[in-house]
Design a protein around this ligand. Structure first.
Ligand SMILES: C[S@@+](CC[C@H](N)C(=O)[O-])C[C@H]1O[C@@H](n2cnc3c(N)ncnc32)[C@H](O)[C@@H]1O
Length: 197
């Protein structure tokens, strides 16, 4: 049993529980894990997009590490406003799209990003929105990283194996790991890195 797409969007626009944007300022270990796994793949001029960036903790961590061309998509207006207050330097430089990914992704340029990444976001993409996976492939120039819970099923979780999702869409998986990500991000999460072919 899952929420309808409409109800799911409404939930993420303004969650009043443990998913409130204020709580996503915490979790720097997740951001460090992402950065560590990017080392050696990207120069500091890389164009980077996070889908579902929330308050921008991950983007700010990359920004502070020297990545200047960072963008994010986020459905919650509250989270994007909090991003501006929490990380004003990031907010000045980054492009933040306050929109459901479904409404913005078709407007983004083909092969526009050296890296597109998601952390705990695709797991909340409704089955009716799975067409966005093709769009993710279209806008990715080189690498895609997914850090997603591939097992949990709740009203808001849609479990998928992202290797099976993205390899048929023009990617080859170059790296997968579950052990460290389990300890840092969560028990049934998998880190996957894909290269566009
Ligand atoms: C579990 S949180 C993860 C946030 C962030 N990636 C992190 O790791 O801290 C999921 C995020 O995805 C956003 N989100 C969920 N569905 C979305 C959609 N359809 N379009 C854009 N953002 C969405 C939520 O608002 C929330 O910020």
């Amino acid at each position: 049993m899952h929420l309808s797409r409409h109800a799911l969007h409404n939930y993420w626009r303004d969650p009043m529980d443990g998913n409130r944007a204020d709580y996503y300022i915490e979790g720097i270990e997740n951001s460090k894990f992402l950065l560590e796994n990017m080392k050696g793949y990207f120069d500091l001029h890389a164009n980077i997009l996070e889908i579902g960036c929330n308050v921008g903790r991950n983007l700010n961590h990359l920004f502070q590490a020297g990545y200047q061309n960072v963008s994010g998509i986020e459905i919650s207006n509250y989270a994007t406003e909090l991003l501006k207050k929490t990380y004003p330097d990031l907010a000045q430089k980054a492009t933040i799209y306050n929109s459901p990914v479904e409404e913005i992704i078709t407007t983004l340029p083909e092969n526009g990003y050296d890296l597109v990444y998601t952390m705990a976001v695709l797991e909340h993409i409704h089955t009716e929105s799975e067409w966005i996976f093709h769009e993710i492939s279209r806008i990715t120039k080189t690498y895609l990283i997914t850090i997603e819970d591939e097992v949990a099923t709740t009203l808001r979780h849609f479990p998928r194996n992202y290797k099976e999702v993205f390899e048929p869409l023009g990617f080859v998986q170059v790296y997968e790991e579950a052990e460290r990500v389990k300890k840092i991000v969560g028990g049934t999460f998998v880190f996957r890195m894909f290269k566009k072919i």
